[in-house]
Design a protein around this ligand. Structure first.
Ligand code: ATP
Ligand code: MG
Ligand code: FE
Length: 338
């Protein structure tokens, strides 16, 4: 089974060929970060234009790199949401064009299911599984009894983890997206600020990061007002330590209750070295028999291979879309089939 997959939900244009939902034959990723940096965030119109300009070339490259032709394909998959409507539509149009021209089934895929299924490209997922999804727009604990069954057991009440990195980064004058830079700075400082850890004691799997963000911003503004210079690395260390501590705490609690056979770390913030290390340590210590899948960095951020991996399960489930497939910018999770 060969799936040609598209991902254009935000500021990465990506086209991939995935074999049997597990093997990456190619995974071309063109990032637009440079174009958005001077605006301090992703500008939707700019994102759409870049997707249009480059997507045709990426299809050619993805097929060439994979050593396959259109005739070899079994299906075409594309992110249908959540994401920016104009950006999603570019991928959807391209996918429809290929599906129509080569008479291939079309699969509309949930972007967050994609982040989770990136695990399949790394190792075999045994079910029941539990995933911590941490990205620019989501912070969720997801329980899966089977490969097609997603249940959100915990969610953020306000900001997503990645969003909080980007917001405090802005206050420190760090280029968007700030996650990677703050992660690097965090390893050079020490925890001198005592930032709040929200919802640690509450009996649920929910998160909240807006209080932490406010505390961070207040600390920086207060220092500005009194003319004090704060060590940015120490700020980064203290911030990251608070984020990681709550993520690890809730995850460990969820593993203890749900007893999954596999734990998956997913999403752009899964690239965070502090989080990867702390989670691995906590799990190894408390659940030594649990299988842990933490994808390599290039599969944590947005990419089309993860969409191909998720779409393969939909292919098995015969969960196809027709030519009326539309962008669903606010698509909820667990997703509903067409
Ligand atoms: P979503 O997947 O929720 O729709 P998105 O696709 O925009 O949102 P991703 O691309 O999955 O988000 O992740 C991007 C986010 O990951 C950004 O907020 C970025 O700052 C963050 N990020 C990337 N690397 C790191 C890191 N090393 N540490 C912390 N955050 C990181
Ligand atoms: Mg991105
Ligand atoms: Fe994403």
């Amino acid at each position: 089974n060969l799936i040609l997959a598209f991902e254009t939900s935000c500021d990465e244009t990506s086209v991939s060929v995935v074999k049997n939902g597990t093997e990456i034959l190619s995974n071309m990723i063109a990032t637009q970060v440079k174009s958005h940096q001077r605006f301090g965030g992703v500008v939707p119109e700019v994102a759409s234009r870049h997707h249009v300009e480059i997507i045709t070339m990426l299809i050619t490259e993805a097929l060439e790199k994979a050593g396959v032709t259109y005739q070899d394909l079994d299906a075409v998959a594309v992110t249908k949401g959540p994401g920016l409507v104009g950006a999603l539509l570019i991928g959807i149009s391209a996918a429809k064009a290929v599906a129509m021209a080569y008479n291939l089934p079309l699969i509309g895929t949930n972007h967050i299911a994609g982040h989770i299924k990136a695990a399949n490209l790394v190792d075999k997922v045994e079910y029941p599984a539990l995933a911590l999804v941490v990205s620019g727009g989501h912070t969720e604990l997801v329980s899966m009894k089977t490969p097609s069954d997603y249940e959100i057991i915990g969610d953020t009440r306000d900001d997503a983890a990645g969003e909080s990195y980007d917001k405090v980064g802005r206050v420190m004058g760090i280029n968007y997206p700030a996650g990677k830079t703050i992660d690097e700075m965090a390893h050079q400082g020490s925890e001198t600020f005592d930032f709040p850890r929200a919802m640690m004691k509450e009996d649920n799997y929910d998160f909240s990061f807006s209080g932490l963000k406010s505390a961070f911003i207040n600390t920086v503004h207060h220092a500005d007002q009194v003319g004090e210079t704060l060590d940015k690395n120490d700020l980064a260390t203290s911030f990251q330590s608070a984020v990681v501590e709550v993520l690890v705490h809730k995850t460990v609690k969820a593993i203890a209750e749900y007893q999954p056979k596999t734990f998956i770390l997913a999403g752009g913030v899964a690239a965070n070295q502090g989080l990867r290390q702390a989670l691995t340590e906590a799990i190894n210590q408390q659940f030594p028999d649990l299988k842990v899948i933490i994808p390599p960095l290039r599969l944590c951020g947005d990419n089309a291979a993860m969409i191909g991996a998720a779409a393969y399960q939909q292919f098995l489930d015969q969960d196809f879309s027709d030519m009326s497939l539309n962008a669903e910018p606010g698509l909820e999770f667990p997703y509903e089939g067409e």
